[in-house]
Write a protein that binds this ligand. Structure first.
Ligand SMILES: [Zn+2]
Length: 214
């Protein structure tokens, strides 16, 4: 179904059309709680470095806050690149978050919240999948952001398991610094083989498949 959203002066969008339009918008998954029901589900936002994952997570969580719902954001305590208590995206929008050493703490800390956000999920181990399943069974909406591949192009940590269970997946892309095409890979400039090496543009750059392998 399509709608003509142009402004008109001849009152061509009547009350019925207006209600129908709102009904269609209400069905979008991003608007969580239909009246009377509280079912949990998982959204995963994935992609390479510099693809805007954290910005997208923040955008969704701010909408949750605007809607008057309670949200808690968690990230692994390992990721302290910017700030201990805030998720900080590359464009400096920020939202409060809680670093956790042990993801079982999320079950306690999120006991009365409607929406749980997880940033940098790739740094947790696969045990976080069961924790998030428990949250969803309680009726919590879970929004996960994380790197789907590590610098070697291999699936990263729990991300494959999370992607398999998610109801909704958003894959974001960066721009290849070599050719300007769509970038899918996080190329590591430093010759270090550890899977986890925290860094930003000093250490990583987004590349397309061709520029990554050649
Ligand atoms: Zn390229």
């Amino acid at each position: 179904m399509t709608y003509d959203l142009r402004l008109s002066t001849d009152d061509s969008i009547g009350v019925f059309d207006f209600l129908l339009l709102n009904f269609e918008f209400a069905k979008m998954f991003i608007e969580p709680f239909r009246s009377g029901t509280k079912k949990g589900w998982m959204e995963v936002i994935c992609g390479c470095m510099f693809s805007g994952k954290t910005e997208e997570l923040i955008r969704r969580l701010k909408r949750v806050q605007i809607a008057g719902r309670k949200a808690e954001i968690f990230k692994p305590a390992i990721d302290v690149r910017y700030d201990v208590n805030d998720i900080v995206s590359h464009d400096a929008h920020r939202i409060r978050s809680t670093p956790v050493d042990n993801y079982y703490n999320i079950l306690l800390l999120a006991s009365d919240v409607d929406v749980v956000g997880i940033d940098e999920a790739q740094f947790f181990d696969t045990g976080i999948v069961d924790v998030l399943e428990q949250l969803m069974l309680r009726g919590t909406r879970v929004i996960v952001a994380g790197l789907d591949m590590d610098f070697a192009g291999k699936p990263f940590g729990p991300m494959p398991a999370l992607l398999a269970r998610a109801e909704y997946i958003t894959k974001l892309h960066a721009i290849c610094v070599k050719c300007g095409d769509i970038a899918n890979y996080s190329y590591r400039k430093a010759k270090i083989d550890d899977q986890v090496l925290l860094g930003e543009k000093d250490v990583y750059e987004p590349r397309c498949r061709n520029c990554y392998y050649n």
